[in-house]
Design a binder for this molecule. Structure first.
Ligand code: HEM
Ligand code: HEM
Length: 404
C-alpha cells in the first residue's frame, strides 16, 4: 500500500487558492510543531482487514470514556460535593434543568454502556489470543484499565448522596477495613474518621474526578502506544502459518506490510498479515459508525429512563435495603451464599483478588504459540464456565433482590 501520495495530497489541499490564507498560517505553525507529521502518523497505519468490526470495540471504549469526561465536566457546573448540597443540586437538575438532567442521564448510562463494551473488548482480545507475545503488556494494562473503570463506576455511585449512594459508601468503605494489616487505616483515610460523613464525600469526590482519571488517562496512552508499537495484529485470524511459504515470499509480505508494522519477529508464531486495510478512512469509518450507535443508545436511555435519585441519605434509616450496582451483582450474590464467618474474607477479598490476579496472569498461564481458540481449551473452557457462572449468579441475585 502506498501512503506517500496521500501525504502530498493532504499538503496540496492546503495550498488550494481558497485555503491559501489559512494554509500559510497553518504552514507557519506546522513547520514549528510538526502537526502534519503527527496527523499522518496517527491516520495512515496498516490494519488488518479480517475481524475489522470487532476492532471497533477498543475505539468505542475510548469514545465513551471521552464522553464520560465531557459529561462529568458539565456535571461539575452544578454538582456540589457536600452532604447537605449534593442531593439538592441533583434534585434541582432533575426538576428545573432539562439539559442538566439529560447530561446526568448520559453520564450514568455512559458508565453502564462503557462497562458492557469494555467487557466485550476484553472477551474479544481473550478469544482471539491477542494477549500473546509480544502483546502481554497490552493485556495487562487493559486489565488495570478495567479495574480503574470499575472503581470509577463505584465511586461515582456514591456521589448523589441519596439513600443508594450513602449505603453504597457505608458498605464499600466497610469492606475496605478487611484488607489485611492496612484495612482499618485505609478505611479511616477514606472515611476521614470512624463514620461515613462529610469528609467521606469530599474524598470520594476527589478520587472520582481527579485521582482515578489521572491514573486512567496516561494508562490509556500507554495502552494505545503499545498497540501502535506491536500493530493491531494480535488475533489468530491475522496469523498465516503457511509451511509452504518460502523465506522470499514471507520477506515480500513483510515489505508490503510496511509502514510500520507488523509484530516482533521473535514470536515463534510470527507472521505478517497479508490482508491489510487502511486505518483511515476504512477502520476509522467503522469505528465512527459503531461509536455513533453506542452514543445514540446512551442518549436515548438518558432521555427515556434518565438517572434515578432516591430519597436523601439518612444514616438513621432501619428499613432501607441497599441493592448493589448491576455490575457487582454476581459478587453480591456470592457474598450472600457464603457462611457469615467466611463471607468477607472469601467473598470480598479472595474471590475478587484471585480473579484480578488470574486475569493479569493470563498471558503467562497460556504460553503456547497457538492463537486459535479451539487449540487453547485449557484456557477457553474454564473461562467459559466462569462467564456462565457469573451470569448465573447475577440472575440469582436479581431474583433475590427484586423477587422476580
Ligand atoms: C479504558 C479501557 C480500554 C481502552 C480505551 C482500550 C483501547 C483499545 C484500542 C483502541 C485497541 C485497538 C482496537 C481494538 O483492538 O479494539 C485495543 C486493543 C487491545 N486491547 Fe484495549 N482498551 C481498553 C481496555 C482493555 C482491556 C480491559 C483489555 C483486556 C483485559 C484490553 C486488551 C487489549 C489488547 C490485548 C489489544 C490488542 C488487540 C490486538 O492486537 O488484536 N484492552 N484497546
Ligand atoms: C470512565 C469514567 C467515569 C465513569 C465510569 C463515571 C461513572 C459515574 C457514575 C456511575 C456516577 C453516578 C451517576 C448517578 O448516580 O446518576 C457518576 C457521578 C458523577 N461523576 Fe462520573 N464517571 C467517570 C468520569 C468522571 C469524570 C472524569 C468526572 C469529572 C470531570 C466525573 C464527574 C462526576 C460527577 C460530578 C458526578 C456526580 C453527579 C451525579 O451523580 O450525577 N465523572 N460518575
Amino acid at each position: 500500500m502506498s501512503v506517500e501520495p496521500r501525504r502530498s495530497k493532504l499538503v496540496a489541499r492546503l495550498t488550494h487558492p481558497v485555503a491559501r490564507p489559512l494554509a500559510s498560517v497553518y504552514r507557519w505553525v506546522d513547520e514549528r510543531m510538526g502537526i502534519s507529521d503527527l496527523v499522518y502518523k496517527a491516520l495512515y497505519e496498516a490494519v488488518p482487514r479480517r475481524g475489522a468490526w470487532t476492532y471497533t470495540l477498543g475505539s468505542v471504549t475510548l469514545i465513551i470514556i471521552a464522553l464520560q469526561i465531557v459529561t462529568g465536566m458539565f456535571l461539575l457546573w452544578s454538582y456540589v460535593p457536600s452532604t447537605t448540597e449534593a442531593w439538592l443540586s441533583l434534585n434541582y437538575l432533575a426538576h428545573h434543568n432539562e439539559f442538566g438532567a439529560i447530561v446526568r442521564g448520559m453520564h450514568l448510562w455512559g458508565a453502564y454502556v462503557l462497562l458492557l463494551v469494555i467487557g466485550l473488548h476484553m472477551v474479544r482480545t481473550f478469544v482471539s489470543g491477542s494477549y500473546k507475545k509480544p502483546r502481554e503488556l497490552n493485556w495487562i494494562t487493559g486489565v488495570i484499565l478495567f479495574l480503574l473503570v470499575l472503581a470509577l463506576g463505584i465511586t461515582g455511585a456514591m456521589l448523589p448522596w441519596d439513600q443508594a449512594a450513602f449505603w453504597t459508601t457505608v458498605v464499600t468503605t466497610h469492606v475496605l477495613s478487611y484488607v489485611p494489616l492496612l484495612g482499618h487505616w485505609l478505611q479511616e483515610v477514606w472515611r476521614g474518621g470512624n463514620q461515613v460523613g462529610p469528609v467521606t464525600l469530599t474524598r470520594t469526590f476527589a478520587i472520582h474526578i481527579w485521582l482515578l482519571p489521572a491514573l486512567l488517562v496516561p494508562l490509556i496512552g500507554l495502552h494505545i502506544y503499545l498497540l501502535r508499537r506491536h500493530g493491531e495484529h494480535g488475533s489468530w485470524v491475522n496469523y498465516r502459518n503457511d509451511p509452504e511459504e518460502s523465506e522470499r515470499e514471507r520477506a515480500d509480505r513483510v515489505l508490503r506490510a510496511e509502514p510500520p508494522y507488523p509484530a516482533v519477529p521473535s514470536d515463534p508464531a510470527y507472521s505478517v498479515p497479508d490482508d491489510l486495510d487502511e486505518f483511515f478512512p476504512s477502520q476509522v469509518g467503522k469505528d465512527a459508525i459503531v461509536s455513533f450507535v453506542a452514543v445514540l443508545i446512551i442518549f436515548v436511555m438518558a432521555v427515556v429512563v434518565g438517572s434515578p435519585l432516591e430519597a436523601p441519605a439518612n444514616a438513621a434509616s432501619l428499613t432501607y435495603v441497599p441493592t448493589p450496582e448491576w455490575f457487582f451483582l454476581p459478587l453480591d450474590q456470592l457474598l450472600v451464599q457464603f457462611p457469615q464467618a467466611w463471607m468477607i474474607p472469601v467473598g470480598v477479598f479472595i474471590i475478587p483478588g484471585l480473579a484480578s490476579t488470574l486475569l493479569i496472569m493470563v498471558p503467562f498461564l497460556d504460553r503456547s504459540p497457538d492463537r486459535e481458540p479451539w487449540k487453547r481449551p485449557q484456557l477457553m473452557v474454564p473461562a467459559l464456565f466462569t462467564l456462565l457462572f457469573l451470569i448465573f449468579e447475577a440472575l440469582l441475585g436479581v431474583n433475590r433482590l427484586f423477587n422476580l
